[in-house]
Design a protein around this ligand. Structure first.
Ligand SMILES: Cc1cc2nc3c(=O)[nH]c(=O)nc-3n(C[C@H](O)[C@H](O)[C@H](O)COP(=O)(O)OP(=O)(O)OC[C@H]3O[C@@H](n4cnc5c(N)ncnc54)[C@H](O)[C@@H]3O)c2cc1C
Length: 295
C-alpha cells in the first residue's frame, strides 16, 4: 500500500493552488487526477487576474508551476475512499493509497441523466452511494447505472450484500479497465418503473428488468460521491459542506473549488484551494507532532 501524508484529488485551479500553498507550508502533497476538469473546457478566460488566457493554457501553467515546486502527480482515477485508523484509504485502479489528510478538489457534481422516474424515485430505490445504502438491498436485486470503473467499483460494493447485481450502461459502450464479472445491459433506458418504490427498468426496445435498487455511478466519482461514501455533510444540492478553514465535517478531510458550491469561478477555486492547502498542511504537521510526542 502506498503511504502519503497529504493527497489532493483534482488538478484544477483549486487542487493546484492547494498544492502550491501546502508545499510552502512544508507538506509534500500528491495530486491525483484523471480526465478533463472545467478549467480545460473554458476556451477563453477574460475575468481572471492577469488578462485573457485559454483554460488549457492556464491549466498547463498551473500543473508546470506545481511540478517545478516538486509536487508529485499520479494520473489515475479515484474510485472511492474510506476513513481508516490514522487517516484515509483511497481506492484507485492502480491500488490503495493511505494518507493522513485529503483535499477534495474534483470540480462540480455531474448532472444526473434525464431518465423519466429517476428524480421521483430518489430515496425510494434510486441511490447515489453503494457504501451508504447497500445494506438496504441485502439479498435483493440491484442495478448500477454507468459504464466505467466507478460503476464497476459500486457494483463490487453492492455484490457483498445484494442477491444479484446488473450494470446498465444506458446506450453507452462498456469502458472498464478490467474484466467485469457482472451482467451488463447496454440498451438505452426508456424509464424507471414504480411509484412508491422502484420496481424495475424499461428499455427503449420495450424489454425490461425487475430491480429493487438503482445506483447511479456515471463517469468518475466526484467530490459529492466521495464525500457521501465517507459520511461527510453535503448540502441538498450535493455540494460539500465546509467551514472557514475549508474543512469538511470529517477532521482531516478538506474540500475546495466548484465542489463546495457558490460561485463557480476560478478566483473562488484559487482562494479556497489556498486555504485548504495551508490548513491541511497544518493538520498533517500537528498529527506528526502528536505521534512523535506519543513515541
Ligand atoms: C466552458 C466553461 C467556461 C468557463 N469560463 C470561466 C471564466 O471565463 N472565468 C472563470 O472564472 N471561470 C470559468 N469557468 C469555471 C471554472 O473553470 C471553474 O470554476 C474552475 O475550473 C473550478 O476549479 P476546480 O479546481 O474546482 O475544478 P476543475 O477545474 O473542474 O478541476 C477538477 C479536477 O478534478 C479531476 N477529477 C475529477 N474527478 C476525479 C476523480 N474521481 N479522480 C481523479 N481526478 C478527478 C479532474 O480531472 C480535474 O483535474 C468556466 C467553466 C466552463 C466549463
Amino acid at each position: 500500500m502506498r503511504e502519503e501524508n497529504l493527497v489532493i484529488i483534482g488538478a484544477g485551479p483549486a487542487g493546484i493552488s492547494a498544492a502550491l500553498y501546502a508545499v510552502r507550508a512544508s507538506a509534500s502533497p500528491l495530486i491525483i487526477s484523471k480526465g478533463i476538469g472545467a478549467l480545460q473546457k473554458a476556451k477563453k478566460i477574460e475575468n481572471f487576474y492577469g488578462g485573457a488566457v485559454s483554460g488549457q493554457e492556464l491549466y498547463e501553467n498551473g500543473v508546470n508551476q506545481a511540478r517545478d515546486l516538486g509536487v508529485s502527480f499520479l494520473e489515475t482515477e479515484v474510485l472511492g475512499m474510506e476513513e481508516v485508523e490514522e487517516g484515509f484509504q483511497i481506492t484507485t485502479p492502480e491500488g490503495i493509497i493511505h494518507t493522513q489528510s485529503v483535499i477534495l478538489a474534483t470540480g462540480s457534481r455531474r448532472s444526473a441523466p434525464k431518465i423519466p422516474g429517476l428524480k421521483e424515485l430518489e430515496g425510494k430505490g434510486v441511490s447515489y452511494c453503494a457504501v451508504c445504502d447497500a445494506f438496504f438491498y441485502r439479498k435483493k436485486k440491484a442495478a448500477v447505472l454507468g459504464n466505467s470503473d466507478f460503476a464497476l467499483h459500486e457494483a463490487e460494493v453492492l455484490s457483498n450484500l445484494a442477491a444479484e447485481v446488473t450494470i446498465l450502461t444506458n446506450g453507452k459502450e462498456e469502458n472498464f479497465s478490467r474484466e467485469c464479472p457482472f451482467p451488463v445491459e447496454t440498451a438505452p433506458i426508456a424509464r424507471l418503473d414504480g411509484e412508491k418504490k422502484l420496481e424495475g427498468v424499461t428499455f427503449e426496445d420495450g424489454s425490461g428488468i425487475g430491480t429493487d435498487g438503482l445506483f447511479v455511478a456515471l463517469g468518475t466519482a466526484g467530490s459529492a460521491e466521495i464525500a457521501r461514501q465517507m459520511g461527510a455533510e453535503l448540502t441538498e444540492k450535493g455540494h460539500v459542506v465546509v467551514d472557514s478553514q475549508m474543512q469538511t465535517s470529517i477532521p482531516g478531510l478538506y474540500a475546495a473549488g466548484d465542489c463546495t458550491g457558490g460561485l463557480l469561478q476560478i478566483s473562488k477555486a484559487v482562494y479556497e484551494g489556498t486555504v485548504a492547502g495551508i490548513e491541511a498542511a497544518k493538520y498533517v504537521k500537528s498529527k506528526k507532532n502528536k505521534i512523535e510526542k506519543e513515541n
